[in-house]
Design a protein around this ligand. Structure first.
Ligand code: PGA
Length: 263
């Protein structure tokens, strides 16, 4: 079978994932209401749904969704140690104890404002996986890197450093989010062609690093100004296995539309 057909066939086995990254938004007292309104507003969902609130909201939301099928809770960050004198940090073990399913690592805001690099992110990935958390690993280029035509080189460098020492079995617990920095929170979305091109590039890269079947099983999300009006055209593309949504995940109608577009 030619690789293109195989890819189309395999994409049917990658259940789409729509993840809402709330960032530092929503008061804890309002979190339950937002999740309930979103869950009530969904008309058809054939995808996995992930809420990624601030740490402070996790206990409430984790209790709220624990018996709901295909609905998960994620954290926006974690430390790489399991405990110790790290004031202000949260460990993967603590997240697991609260029944957290996923942790986002390598988000561009963590890289930009908190100086995180792929060496540190690599330590965090290993630690999170060791606690049986799934990882959403974010990568993406800046506008100057794209304009210089260096976006693919950059992604390759990020992924090779972040995945150093990660086994194929561990890779099966990782979702990659391709998030061009120039599209995050700017209202500028990558075109479906641009996004699909990068997703294909990332899948081939991972297939070469691990195996073809590991690459085919890997879920790759797109992130960067996804909203109700552009979700369908992105999610219809083979190889775009879901979305990591920031701003629009805080708006009930928008987020429900995006979930509907994945179904
Ligand atoms: P945005 O954020 O949807 O607001 O662009 C995406 C993200 O940061 O994951």
């Amino acid at each position: 079978m030619d690789p293109q057909n195989l890819s189309i066939q395999m994409s049917k086995f990658r259940k789409k994932l729509i993840a809402g990254n709330w960032k530092m938004n929503v008061l804890p007292s309002m979190a339950e209401q937002l999740v309930n309104e979103i869950l009530d507003g969904i008309t058809n969902a054939n995808c996995d749904i992930l809420f990624i609130p601030p740490f402070t909201h996790i206990p409430t939301l984790s209790t709220l969704i624990h018996d709901k099928e295909s609905v998960f809770i994620g954290a926006q960050n974690c430390h790489y140690e399991s405990s110790g004198a790290f004031t202000g940090e949260i460990s993967p073990e603590m997240l697991k104890d609260l029944n957290v399913d996923f942790v986002v690592l390598g988000h561009s805001e963590r890289r930009q404002y908190f100086g995180e690099n792929d060496k540190l992110i690599n330590q965090k990935i290993k630690s999170a996986l060791s606690q049986n958390l799934k990882v959403i690993y974010c990568c993406g280029e800046s506008i100057s890197e794209r304009e210089a035509g260096k976006h693919k080189d950059l992604i390759e460098m990020q992924i090779s450093a972040a995945f150093s020492g990660i086994s194929e079995l561990e890779l099966s617990k990782i979702v990659i989010a391709y998030e061009p920095i120039w599209a995050i929170g700017t209202g500028k979305t990558a075109s479906p062609d641009q996004a699909q091109d990068m997703h294909n590039f990332i899948r081939v890269l991972l297939s070469n690093m691990y195996s073809e079947s590991a690459g085919e099983k890997l879920r790759i999300l797109y992130g960067g100004s996804v909203k109700g009006s552009n979700a369908q055209e992105l999610l219809n593309r083979t190889g775009i296995d879901g979305a990591l949504v920031g701003g629009a995940s805080l708006k009930v109608d928008e987020f429900c539309k995006i979930i509907g577009a994945a179904g």
